[in-house]
Design a protein around this ligand. Structure first.
Ligand SMILES: Cc1cc2nc3c(=O)[nH]c(=O)nc-3n(C[C@H](O)[C@H](O)[C@H](O)COP(=O)(O)O)c2cc1C
Ligand SMILES: Nc1ncnc2c1ncn2[C@@H]1O[C@H](COP(=O)(O)OP(=O)(O)OP(=O)(O)O)[C@@H](O)[C@H]1O
Length: 316
């Protein structure tokens, strides 16, 4: 898959040098089932017109530029994972538009001239609620009205789950609640993060439950603190495990707000410090607690482990 980075106003390519494309448009954080429907519809149009399919996404998230807040943005899928998921959906080219304040000021008509006509887009597909141009004032009706026959337009209907729109916002809320089974349903795959195994306090080994301490890549959304049944991928192999996301209140000062992700991998005793791993979340088991001593914590972790074994035994 080809990845083309674009920064307004320095448009890299002109229509003459571009092949025709069927394009899916949106931010696509999570590449959830709603997004998948949009990308599949664009692909279908590409096949019908016998032209390649492209996805246009933006980086960073528009709220970083428009939000006016200094809060950090956390992503369900970082850009690299978004690219990988689009490639798996059969996308031929990704346009990654650098989202700047100048770009955000473009009128809907100017957006279309620069990023649709100039890139030789022959068909545009987006969801029913897609908006574009300054203040998000352009709608899909405008996209059609301004086309003047230069490109076709497909609007994808609202994709729902339990009568509610599948959206990145809803998935972020569910991650905050630790509702990983629902998240998995909306994504069409388990939620996962990539990270590096780093050294912890080395206490795990002494209490009989060694753990891989995973430092997530910068900008990754982390599910609510608590204990979960997870799978961890190391060197292309997935292992079942039980994970604690939290602050280890049994051992740490309550003011120590260093969040950790620790996975006790079942039936595993290799040294994986420094390895890049992926953690996939399946089910929340309980909240993190402060125990009155190591023995009660150990008893509980053994129960957590059994809960994870039980979960994966019945898992199809
Ligand atoms: C499945 C599991 C559940 C855990 N639950 C808790 C908990 O409820 N409260 C807590 O303080 N620590 C909890 N821990 C964290 C342990 O305290 C931690 O693994 C241990 O202190 C080792 O930390 P270290 O790797 O930094 O040495 C849990 C760990 C695991 C693997
Ligand atoms: N549930 C859905 N049904 C149909 N189209 C959707 C759905 N969710 C998103 N889309 C479309 O997919 C593209 C990407 O949307 P966007 O990145 O805004 O996702 P979102 O999930 O709606 O995000 P947010 O929750 O932040 O509004 C847009 O064209 C949008 O209209």
């Amino acid at each position: 898959m080809e990845v083309i980075h674009l920064k307004y106003p320095h448009q890299l390519q002109q229509k003459e040098g571009m092949q025709p494309y069927s394009l899916a448009l949106g931010f696509f954080d999570g590449v959830h089932k709603g997004h998948q429907a949009v990308i599949k519809a664009a692909k279908k149009e590409g096949e019908r017109l016998q032209i390649p399919t492209a996805v246009m996404t933006f980086d960073p998230h528009p709220s970083v530029v428009l939000g006016g807040r200094n809060e950090k943005v956390f992503y369900i899928t970082l850009l690299q994972q978004k690219l990988t998921l689009c490639e798996e959906l059969g996308v031929d080219t990704m346009f990654v538009v650098h989202f700047t304040s100048d770009f955000a000021k473009l009128s809907p008509a100017a957006f279309i001239d620069t990023f649709i006509r100039n890139l030789n887009i022959r068909h545009v597909t987006a969801g029913f609620d897609f908006s574009f141009g300054a203040f998000g004032q352009g709608t899909m009706e405008d996209m059609y009205r301004l086309s003047q026959g230069d490109y076709g337009v497909t609007v994808v209907d609202k994709q729902t789950d339990q009568e509610e729109k599948i959206s990145s916002t809803r998935i972020r809320q569910l991650l905050q609640e630790g509702a990983m089974e629902e998240v998995r349903r909306l994504l069409g795959r388990p939620f996962d993060i990539t990270g590096i195994v780093v050294h912890g306090d080395k206490r795990g080994r002494t209490i009989g439950f060694p753990t891989a301490n995973v430092q997530a890549l910068e900008g990754t959304y982390i599910p609510a603190s608590g204990v979960y049944a997870v799978r961890l991928r190391v060197q292309n192999h997935w292992y079942d495990g039980v994970c604690n996301v939290g602050y280890k209140p049994t051992f740490k000062d309550p003011n120590d707000k260093q969040l950790s992700i620790e996975v006790h991998i079942l039936d595993f005793d290799k040294n994986i410090y420094g390895e890049e791993v992926q953690v996939a979340w399946y089910k929340r088991i309980r909240s993190e607690q402060k125990f009155d001593g190591i023995e009660s914590l150990k008893t509980q972790i053994e129960k957590d482990k059994q809960a994870a074994i039980h979960y994966f035994k019945d898992f199809s």
